[in-house]
Design a protein around this ligand. Sequence first.
Ligand SMILES: Nc1ncnc2c1ncn2[C@@H]1O[C@H](COP(=O)(O)OP(=O)(O)OP(=O)(O)O)[C@@H](O)[C@H]1O
Length: 128
Amino acid sequence: MNTDYRGKRPFKAKGVLQSFYYAFEGIKHTIMTERNMRIHMLISILVIGTGFILKITALEWLFILIAVGGVISLELINTALERLVDLATNDYHPLAKQAKDVAAGAVMVYALLSIIIGLIIFLPKLIG
Ligand SMILES: Nc1ncnc2c1ncn2[C@@H]1O[C@H](COP(=O)(O)OP(=O)(O)OP(=O)(O)O)[C@@H](O)[C@H]1O
């Protein structure tokens, strides 16, 4: 049995820089093709701008950055999963639907959590 995993990766990145390049390609592709990603990016820019205007503390920045980065990372994984499902089938399949819906659910849970984090941090400063 062939156990050399590396031999099965003909498109492997040649170095760290090339790995970064491919990662940026993935991010660029997601921004260009997924409307939700563009919405996440826009909201992230607004939230970070508001953070500067309201001069939030270092601890508050940590929560905001974890929230913003988490949503964007999850959207990237969601997009990767959508592509894998589409690679597996173009036909209607209940498992394809479940895979995509569950991945979308993961993004939604984290996005809702991020909204709550944003409200907890910004609301008192805006109405106080
Ligand atoms: N091959 C399939 N078989 C069954 N249902 C599918 C299939 N492909 C997509 N769906 C259903 O259609 C929905 C939308 O699929 P699509 O690939 O357009 O994702 P999307 O709209 O880009 O999702 P998201 O909003 O999470 O980015 C899925 O959540 C799923 O319910």
